[in-house]
Write a protein that binds this ligand. Structure first.
Ligand code: SAM
Ligand code: SF4
Length: 318
């Protein structure tokens, strides 16, 4: 599938729930979260039909996300369903890791290739505070289990927040020294909740290179990856910098998103959406509908230069 600017779209980020077992301060309000009605959320059968349409259009990489994807009933069957498409070369999932300890093995057996785990602090009390209740120990034991069953390579996603975890950058980078784990620093994006936060909380990713000057750029970079990769001189893992604000990667964008209520989004930073759930119930030709919608994908976003996305990541699908 090719968009209006000639970019090949082969990567689908599939959000399967707007629910979460945490309340990260930058992603969700503490209380008063408006949940979607059960009937508004895509059923497994609807997801199956949509995935088939996407695959027929050339999608060969899927990342399952949310909300927290592991709280969705039927997640293991869903992974099995997606795995039935031989065209899918990479099937991954992004999780906060809390339920990995008990679920990693069945997810691997269902055909999941690998996981990315979001972890913004290595200090139990800080982690608890930022996630409003999460247990660092539980996440770490989930990561160990994911490694044990082979949901690898594991990537850790760390959102850098000025005044909160920028003092832990060196500790996160050191994790890549002895372990084949990739740690990726992500710039905080002014989406939903955090759009009101102080400018001091927003740090450009170059602070990582300032704090750890011994990092060396990795020579062969994947042009479709949003991360710029570096390594410690003897590091087993890599350090990625994902800089959607300071150094955006729109020119090579190969991705689209489907929200848990079946809205197709061609850009994370745009509020424009196409209703695939309705298209399906109206018995429209889904592949035709998707192809037409993709032609509207903009050349680039203008977030960080005035544009604000109203919905939180948990609703959009991170
Ligand atoms: N619950 C899962 C998790 O936390 O990994 C998956 C969904 S979460 C919305 C996906 C990713 O979005 C997480 O890595 C989270 O840190 C990131 N995220 C949420 N809000 C963000 C924001 N405003 N700026 C940057 N990253 C954000
Ligand atoms: Fe939940 Fe993930 Fe959002 Fe945290 S970042 S509140 S774990 S969806």
């Amino acid at each position: 599938m090719i968009d209006g600017y000639g970019r090949k779209i082969n990567y689908l980020r599939l959000s399967i729930t707007d629910r979460c077992n945490l309340r990260c301060q930058y992603c969700m309000p503490e209380e008063g979260v408006e949940k979607l009605k059960h009937s508004d959320i895509l059923s497994l059968e609807e997801i199956d039909e949509m995935v088939s349409a996407f695959v027929s259009l050339g999608i060969n990489k899927i990342r399952v996300t949310g909300g927290e994807p592991l709280v969705r009933n039927g997640i293991v069957s869903l992974i099995e369903m997606i795995r039935r498409h031989p065209e899918i070369k990479d099937l991954a999932l992004t999780t906060n890791g809390l339920l990995l300890k008990q679920m990693a093995k069945s997810l691997k057996e269902a055909g999941l290739d690998r996981v990315n785990v979001s972890l913004d602090s290595l200090k139990p009390e800080k982690y608890f505070r930022m996630t409003r209740g999460g247990s660092l120990e539980t996440v770490l034991s989930g990561i160990e289990e994911a490694k044990r069953v082979g949901l690898t390579p594991i990537k850790l996603n760390v959102v850098i927040i000025g005044g909160f975890n920028d003092d832990e950058i060196v500790d996160f980078v050191r994790m890549t020294e002895d372990e084949a784990i990739d740690v990726r620093f992500i710039e905080l994006m002014p989406i939903g909740e955090v759009a009101k936060w102080s400018i001091k909380n927003y740090l450009p990713n170059k602070v990582v290179l300032e704090k750890v000057p011994e990092l060396i750029p990795v020579v062969s970079q994947d042009p479709a990856s949003p991360a710029q990769y570096y390594k410690l001189p003897n590091g087993k893992g890599k350090v990625g910098l994902i800089s959607p604000i300071s150094c955006k990667f729109c020119t090579n964008c190969n991705r689209i998103r489907l929200t848990s209520e079946g809205k197709l989004k061609y850009c994370l930073h745009s509020d424009e959406e196409f209703d695939l759930k309705k298209a399906l119930s109206d018995k429209l030709d889904l592949t035709e509908y998707i192809q037409q919608s993709i032609l509207n994908k903009p050349l680039e976003h203008h977030i960080g230069k005035g544009d604000i996305v109203m919905r939180n990541m948990v609703q959009v699908g991170g």
